[in-house]
Design a protein. Sequence first.
Length: 323
Amino acid sequence: MRVLSGIQPSGKLHLGNYFGMMKRMVEYQNNNELFAFIVNYHALTSVFDADKLREDTFNAVCDFLALGIDPEKAVFWVQSDVPEVTELSWLLSNVTGMGLLERSHSYKDKMAKGISASHGLFSYPVLMAADILAFGGEKVPVGKDQKQHLEIARDIAERFNNVYGETFIIPEADIAEDVALIPGVDGQKMSKSYGNTIEIFADEKTLKKKVMAIKTDATPIEEPKPIEDNALFEIYSIFLDKKEKEELKERFLTPGLKYGEVKKELFGVIWEYFAPYRKKRELYLNDKGEVHRILQKGAKKAREHASYYLDLARKNVGLNYLD
Ligand code: ATP
Ligand code: MG
């Protein structure tokens, strides 16, 4: 099975990214053909600071490698090193109805949050469709927030195939229900662009500050604490197995629990969980040459795959005017 997914370098990577997508990608690489990439073209829809984009792109690459992407097993690259996707995106644009994009939740949500709406932001799902279709992606591990974008990609692929004949594989979203939408410190979806994240690789002091800032309700200490819509409970739960989660639930339902103490405990859990990856990350951060080699090799392989689908699409729409 060809498994494919990308992540934006639109800020520092966070727990939502890791559990929603990255962790499963790493698991998939052992028994599947894995395609993983850092989508810096996409990040251009929300990042307008070139230095920041460069830094966050390099960091995202090192993060993903540190967290277990194996460049010997997976094809791993930075999106802008495979410009074929932008050309494919244009071919797809012409079979994409305006209405389909106007209904995109993520575009509507970002508009509602005051993020300026450019044409790039509006056509984000078309580029995302190109990202998937250019590599023949079959299964796409994502968080629930990307469900609709995946449906749009499927619609675009189906429409293209209907108009021009069988060209693309129809991809399928792969969403893990228990970690589908991890809340941020303010209780909304954890998002780089919402400034509510708990970063995977924050330093100790920052991590503690972020965890302590998780918004909790004003239930008195002597009363049972709610489990529903409780960001602290939800974030803690992702680090626990079924039995441990039941125990945590019991603790929340037992009067006397202090949110502050649970937060301190959670900080320790997160810090320990990522400790082994932190060391590996340092190695990559300090070896730009090696990272460059990995990405060049990845981009070369990725371009071969993208060229296949792009050439087929060019031919099927009739750009091969000498044939
Ligand atoms: P941005 O705010 O710039 O959109 P983001 O934090 O949403 O950034 P993306 O790069 O858009 O991150 O998403 C990368 C992957 O992580 C996607 O598969 C997405 O579904 C997943 N993801 C992002 N946030 C969460 C979350 N809070 N819970 C679960 N999965 C998430
Ligand atoms: Mg997002």
